[in-house]
Design a binder for this molecule. Sequence first.
Ligand code: ZN
Length: 91
Amino acid sequence: MKLTEITAVFLDFIPNELEEGKLYISEKYKTATHLCACGCKCKTITPLKEGEWTMTNNNGSITLSPSIGNFSGENPYHAHYFIRDNKILWH
Ligand SMILES: [Zn+2]
């Protein structure tokens, strides 16, 4: 099932076991990880570095840019969405 929103979880270390609907953000290691919002549970890693993704935190409302495309796993390019103010906007 496609998700329509995501909850930001801030921590230093990204856990091995991820829950759907959560965006794990490590500001310490400048990376964010979540399970693909289409419900396939592919791990999607978005490094928060120059030339990769930019995270905006507006009082806990997270926006990531550019958009998320899931380019790995068994079905590459199957999912394409934006995370804007904790909402998942399907492309
Ligand atoms: Zn997926």
